[in-house]
Design a binder for this molecule. Structure first.
Ligand code: ZN
Length: 170
């Protein structure tokens, strides 16, 4: 705050606590509030006057400095939290844009799709490793209702068979 800001501030304060303001006060407050803006200082004055402390004593420069420091600290914390959130969202978008399933799988990755296509070229091993579907037919699975449905993803044993010729439990 410069000299003019300090005069504005002390005028606002004097309007509340009827103090008299002299040149010495202006110089002292201007020095104490060197790195505080007038807007911040006025907010601090309002906060002070709305607090219980205002019933006991008059505001001093240290009240303003402390209040402004706390508010700046809170702002830094909020900015930090917001940037962490933005980072997480960006990472999520990157993962989903890359076709990766952020919830643990790589369901849509090109390599896996290729693997699934390759699995279709061989018959699925019989139970319990697979479902025994012939080459070219999608794997099937029995629902709890007894209904048999084709699955999107072939049995692990099937693509293992297709890629290595050996069906093993995964
Ligand atoms: Zn199968």
């Amino acid at each position: 705050m410069n000299r003019n800001d300090t005069i504005d501030l002390l005028t606002a304060i004097a309007a509340r606590d009827q103090r008299t303001v002299g040149e010495g006060d202006i110089a002292a407050w201007a020095t104490d509030l060197d790195d505080v803006t007038l807007a911040e200082a006025l907010d601090a004055v309002t906060a002070f006057n709305r607090s219980e402390m205002a019933t006991r004593r008059r505001i001093v420069a240290a009240d303003i400095v402390t209040w402004v420091r706390q508010r700046r600290h809170d702002q830094v914390e909020r900015d930090h939290a917001a940037s962490l959130k933005a980072d997480a969202q960006a990472a999520y978008r990157e993962i989903t844009a890359g076709g990766l399933d952020p919830h643990g799988g790589r369901r849509n990755s090109p390599a896996l799709e290729e693997l699934h296509a390759e699995a279709m070229t061989v018959a699925c091993p019989a139970k319990p490793l697979g479902c025994g579907q012939p080459a070219g037919e999608r794997c099937v699975r029995k629902l709890a209702t007894g209904e048999v449905v084709a699955t999107k993803i072939p049995h692990t044993a099937r693509w293992k068979q297709a890629t290595s010729g050996a069906a093993t439990l995964s």
